[in-house]
Design a protein around this ligand. Structure first.
Ligand SMILES: Nc1ncnc2c1ncn2[C@@H]1O[C@H](COP(=O)(O)OP(=O)(O)OP(=O)(O)O)[C@@H](O)[C@H]1O
Ligand SMILES: [Mg+2]
Length: 269
């Protein structure tokens, strides 16, 4: 286990091209354990590309990515899977597997995990994602939102395994609530927020819902055309001017009616 000062996920001067186009442009940042960092930006801004790079699934043109002080390029796929869990934007799966079988697969990178421990992680993660009543249902028979929750539960099992063996875990989530109803969106962010503190998670979450971001994230990164244009706490990032620059769409920002330290964002008709 690294020292506390090594618990960082960071990039320095990161550039990524896809085809002949520059998709990630000179990105430098670091994430700390115990924080929930949101990534916002228009379609095509490069958010998923950035997450794929951090997940070791997309190669870099120049710059570096370091996880706990170690260059990502020196780690095998298994070593990366023992440090971070990833929820891609699209998880397709056509296998004939039950919910509990897929969720249990989350611990694949730690085959040495004791069965009782693995069972506890699975039960907790199914509960966190409100799937306890669907454990034996076939994945292909679930609704789109239920399927998304299965993948989230699988990522939570992996995250719990990593945190158990490593003391902390990095989590990369690409639009985890895009198919969820309002109650499950709220439930998911409540859980992630609580686990980030309780289980020593460091989370980067790509999202489009500005009000969920305002309510739950400790910090927000705004991307535009591959560049990081703002990186600060939600109250500082979510201003009308910044949102106009980022999304090219006029929006109003108000103090939150219930939480004085939060803001909420309202669009025009
Ligand atoms: N496999 C690929 N090959 C070529 N270009 C790609 C590929 N994947 C993405 N791109 C391009 O890279 C740019 C960034 O895409 P990316 O998926 O990172 O955007 P995003 O910010 O996640 O958008 P969204 O909000 O729509 O998910 C886009 O212009 C896209 O066309
Ligand atoms: Mg994307």
């Amino acid at each position: 286990m690294g020292t506390h000062s090594n618990k960082r996920f960071s990039t320095i001067n990161l550039y990524v091209n896809r085809g002949s186009r520059s998709v990630v442009n000179n990105l430098s940042f670091q994430i700390e354990i115990g924080t929930l960092v949101g990534v916002l930006g228009a379609n095509g801004a490069g958010k998923s590309t950035l997450l794929s790079v951090l997940a070791g699934e997309c190669s870099v043109n120049s710059g570096s990515v370091c996880i706990n002080g170690v260059s990502l390029s020196t780690l095998t796929a298994l070593e990366q899977a023992q440090l971070r869990a990833v929820l891609p934007q699209h998880s397709s799966l056509s296998f004939n597997l039950s919910v509990i079988e897929i969720v249990t697969m989350g611990a694949y990178s730690y085959p040495e995990a004791q069965p009782q421990l693995l069972n506890r992680w699975v039960v907790e993660s199914l509960h966190d994602t409100d799937l306890s009543h669907l454990t034996d249902v076939n994945y292909t028979e679930l609704s789109g939102g239920q399927q998304q929750r299965v993948h989230l539960a699988r990522v939570l099992v992996q995250s719990r395994a990593i945190a158990h063996f490593h003391g902390h875990a990095w989590i990369l989530l690409d639009e985890p609530t895009s198919s969820l109803d309002p109650r499950h969106q709220q439930l998911l962010f409540q859980k992630i927020h609580a686990l980030t503190r309780a289980e020593n998670f460091g989370v980067m979450v790509v999202m489009h819902d500005l009000n969920l971001a305002a309510l739950w994230c400790d910090r927000l990164m705004l991307m535009k055309e591959g560049a990081l244009i703002f990186d600060d706490c939600p109250a500082n990032t979510l201003t009308s001017n910044n949102l106009l620059e980022c999304f090219d769409n006029p929006m109003h920002v108000f103090p939150h009616p219930i939480y004085s330290d939060k803001v909420c964002v309202v669009a025009h008709k």
